[in-house]
Ligand binder design. Sequence first.
Ligand SMILES: *Cc1c(COP(=O)(O)O)cnc(C)c1O
Length: 482
Amino acid sequence: MQTIFAQSVPGRLGVVPKETEKKAGDMLPAGLLRSAAPALPELSELDVVRHYSRLSRLNYGVDSNFYPLGSCTMKYNPKFTESAAALREFAGSHPLLPQLEGGEAHSAGNLEALWLTENLLAEITGMKAFTLQPMAGAQGELTGILLIAAYHRARGNKKSRIICPDSAHGTNPASAALAGYEVVNIESKDGLIDPAALAEVLDDSVAGLMMTCPNTLGLFEKNLPEIVRLLRRVDALLYYDGANFNACMGRLRVGDVGFDVVHVNLHKTMATPHGGGGPGAGPVGVSERLLPFLPGPRVVRGQDGAFSLDYNLPQSIGRVAPFYGNFAVCLRALAYILRCGGEGLSRASDYAVLNANYIRARLHGQLEIPYDRLCMHEFVCSASPLGEWGVHALDIAKALLDKGFHAPTIYFPLIVKECLMIEPTETESKETLDAFCDALLLIIEKARKDPQSLRDAPLTLPVRRLDETRAARSMVLTEDLG
Ligand SMILES: *Cc1c(COP(=O)(O)O)cnc(C)c1O
């Protein structure tokens, strides 16, 4: 397919700009003016429409097909949340407004939306308060660890280590290391944190534990009270990676269990479409003990009900993002939470769990399922048995593309060989789940009869199997137009 530049024909016009009375030179200083016209492609309106329509059809997204990418929660995000975020009163307001004299009154609606979102997240998770600043889950983790560090500093604790189980998401140890901690890995037992292994590494140097629950195997940690008790003994704090919160909304309030910090990925759980690195938000909630250290400024509501920004936070870790975080992402979450209500959120989680268990049950006996018991919103299976025919998880993933499905996550978590991690989410119908299972079962059958066809997949897509290593090592990011 040609780039839009390659389709350019000199002199061809799409739009004719309106003549204006003022020339650019009347409005801009001479130093800012171009000396030559920009090198834009010259095309008709129809050329442009066809080009981008064609491109959009090459795209794969939840709006077109099923997307069971484990750990990512690629659910359908209802369109009304887009309209809410695009409301002129929100989208048109300038982020500097609240900082101007009298600006807080003029942005009262925005401040109230932020305040409400924070408070609803606090209610849903059982935490004391939230900051909306972090712009991704991983940034939420870093913020959370910096809060833990601030807590220990304030108490004069000498702490140098953070514990991460081997079933943690890779961002957990990365965030702890970025914050200057030594990362201690503990092996899980039967897919869960082993309290005995935890007790073994616990001493006064441990600042905290980072836990994903349900973990990356889709399993719920059974020993939460025991784990909390062990950590409290050495004044270590508990971090809850809430990226998998889609499995337990309305069913588990992590604050009630005793966690001190949690991040929630709004772009996974609460109505912001993602993939391809789009805007996200990883708000962080804290328990009472960490309240003084939250990033500032904080939105507060005065006795008279008026909203303002509080900059007077002497123990705050400071800003972790400009302005107030990804405002539009928070607005989508607010619209989603208000529309679902408590009952709707619980139902979303219930169906997410039911759908994952439905697929697990249909695949039972066909692929290896290392933890073949009730799972949460996702589960992990292994293509190891197909190794006999020289077929790997990668081949199954590629063959699924030919059948019109996005591949599940593969080769993650690292603790299961040849793994496929499947997360259907609550928004898919039984018909879609069945079609996916049928396709997967056909592929498994083919592994025995015609394994080469799977190793050749995908056969029907615009590009075949890519040399991903070479693509990463020798990147070509521009096109030579000469
Ligand atoms: C996605 C994910 C993260 C990281 O979140 P980002 O928003 O991608 O930075 C952390 N932990 C788990 C378990 C995740 O699934």
